[in-house]
Design a protein around this ligand. Sequence first.
Ligand SMILES: [Ca+2]
Length: 158
Amino acid sequence: MKFFATLPIAALLALAAAAPSPAPSEASLEPVTMTNPPTPEQLLHLEDNESVFVEAEGKRAAEKRATQINVGVWEQKWNGGAKGIFTVALGQCYAIGSQWNDAISSLEVPQGYSCVFFASYGCNFNEHARLYVHGQFIGDLDPWGLNKKLSSIYCYTQ
Ligand SMILES: [Ca+2]
């Protein structure tokens, strides 16, 4: 917020006028107790989508102590349509609320963090239909067969 504190009011008004899109809504998530918490090996799993792995050394140190992160989701591919923000505690499984269940078409995980997205509820790491996203924007979930199918999410520090 320091960034905005240093901006003159006129600059803030100009920014507001230049951004007509509606503010992103806080999206609903329901914490879920996992029957089988992931093993360290499962959290390091990269083989099914290695192409989305991005090193994020720059932001790691500063954000290392965060206990929750904001994950952006959109109803259309390539950040189109309505945007939602999931505030996600690290190491916690969440069921994606009704507004966004089976409705996400693109998403963004902050650098330095990983999230696993599942087609079913409950963050089942044995489920095949899951996607590891390592600190990156994913504009199209079709390559993993997960467009508008995501139902739970689990995030952790890389
Ligand atoms: Ca689903």
